[in-house]
Design a protein around this ligand. Structure first.
Ligand code: GLY
Ligand code: MN
Ligand code: MN
Length: 462
């Protein structure tokens, strides 16, 4: 974690936007995998990490705005804790490292909150996304079942989103340290890929590097020759010479900061001519989308730039037709590119998504589209300097979607369904970079990972 004054300063900043009441921040409890003592790897809630910093289970924090006091709640370690889990911080040590004013036993939290509720103090909470947190909030705030999901403070969410959207230099350094590990994950994966291996062998190498880096994966690994299945978490397939792998893996740093990179590469080390065409189309879409990034310019426009470039390349290949601008406006490209261009990234790979996708990614100027494809864009508003975003166009050949659209004759004026039949088993291509928005435009974060056709083929030993 950072020094105590970092968390103190962040809480001070938050207090400028929230003028009254108390802010209650639940840390995570351990989450059992199959019985109580066998838990998933512990991951602290990101809001708690941002304002309090301690990556340990069983903690709560309370910020009293009027009193200008932060209290951390935990419990003193017992001899049993030390026997099974080693030395644990005392309440005093927790207070010190977080810069809190007080540290109390978590057993007292219910009584303290109950007194505040009787005094009609306003309690700001965030929407819970884990069942155990929801239940604890219901119990502590004396709310009936389900009520807690509607009692969240939009004022608090807006203040946190505004603060956390602009990354501090120390946060960028953490993201770049995650990207350095990610760079190694791709170097080794591309070097190791070969016919006869199984997807799981390459996935295991990548995940092992994330763990050796001190953190772990920022999200479940995607490493598949069926890249048309967007969140494919299966790794059981044998790699054959003509296959194309979509690898979407990001390391999380020890501090929890994420990276989120995708590369697509050929098992044989050399792209076939078809693979080359689609890869270059996606690469051009990425290049054009990046050149559109500017502070104050809606990211939704960059998404549409990527869609326009992809459409025009697919027209050259003979898979699309018609006026490219009309085609993009109609959303015909979403047959091939059904997801968004990118999202915010920070402590969470989809940063702050637990606070509400639209409150993070949209505002009064830019509202989320309802059109298939564009509606999947998680972040559409104008970024400011310091925003960290992913930029990740893709092109996929999704058989069931192609069948569905064709049966409806959807966008027949723009899609050449006859020609498409021969591409059914192509798979998919995605290329994903992580950027920080600067006053002039953007900067790609992390060490360069092979991206052009030549770079990728060289890295794969082709
Ligand atoms: N890795 C998940 C994503 O790219 O959004
Ligand atoms: Mn990704
Ligand atoms: Mn992403």
């Amino acid at each position: 974690m950072f020094e105590a004054n970092v968390y103190r300063a962040r809480r001070r900043e938050l207090r400028k936007s929230i003028k009254t009441g108390i802010i209650l921040l639940p840390g995570h409890a351990e989450s059992p995998m199959n019985y109580a003592e066998n838990t998933y790897p512990f991951r602290q809630d990101s809001t708690f990490l941002y304002y309090i910093g301690v990556n340990r289970p069983g903690l709560w924090a309370m910020m009293d705005i009027e009193e200008n006091q932060t209290t951390i709640f935990g419990r003193e370690p017992t001899v049993d804790d030390v026997i099974w889990s080693g030395l644990q911080p005392t309440l005093g040590e927790l207070r010190e490292c977080t810069g809190a004013d007080r540290a109390c036993d978590v057993a007292d939290l219910a009584d303290i909150l109950s007194a505040m509720i009787s005094e009609k103090r306003e309690v700001h909470i965030l929407p819970p996304y884990r069942a155990e947190t929801r239940q604890a909030l219901e119990r502590l705030l004396i709310l009936s079942k389900g009520q807690v999901s509607t009692k969240y403070s939009e004022e608090l969410i807006r203040a946190m989103v505004a603060q956390r959207s602009v990354k501090e230099a120390r946060e960028l350094a953490e993201i770049e340290s995650a990207l350095t590990i990610t760079h190694e994950m791709y170097r080794v994966a591309m070097q190791s890929v070969q016919e006869g291996k199984y997807e799981r062998e390459i996935a295991g190498l990548a995940e092992g590097i994330a763990i050796s880096g001190g953190g772990r994966l920022a999200y479940p690994c995607i490493l598949t020759k069926h890249g048309q299945v967007l969140h494919n978490h299966n790794y059981h397939r044998r790699l054959e010479s003509g296959d194309l792998i979509v690898q979407d893996t990001g390391a999380a740093a020890v501090s929890g900061y994420a990276s989120d990179i995708t590369r697509t590469y050929p098992v044989s080390g050399i792209f076939s001519s078809r693979q080359r065409e689609i890869y270059q189309a996606v690469l051009d879409a990425l290049t054009d989308a990046l050149s559109g990034i500017q502070p104050g310019r809606p990211f939704q426009i960059c998404h549409l730039i990527a869609a326009r470039t992809l459409t025009s390349r697919l027209q050259q290949i003979g898979l699309m037709r018609g006026d490219p601008d009309e085609s993009v406006a109609a959303g015909a490209h979403a047959l091939f590119f059904p997801h968004g261009l990118g999202h915010m990234m920070g402590l969470d790979v989809h940063d702050m998504e637990n606070l509400g996708e639209d409150l993070v990614g949209y505002d009064d100027q830019i509202q989320r589209s309802r059109q298939f494809g564009l509606c999947a864009l998680r972040f559409g508003r104008s970024p400011a300097p310091g925003f960290v975003l992913t930029v990740e166009p893709g092109c996929y050949f999704i058989g069931p979607l192609m069948d569905h659209w064709r049966s409806e004759k959807r966008h027949e004026a723009f899609i050449n369904y006859e020609a498409l039949a021969a591409w059914r088993n192509f798979g998919g291509v995605r290329i994903e970079e992580n950027i920080v928005v600067t006053p002039e435009g953007y900067r790609i974060l992390g060490p360069p990972i092979p991206r052009t056709i030549t770079e990728v083929e060289t890295a794969c030993g082709g």
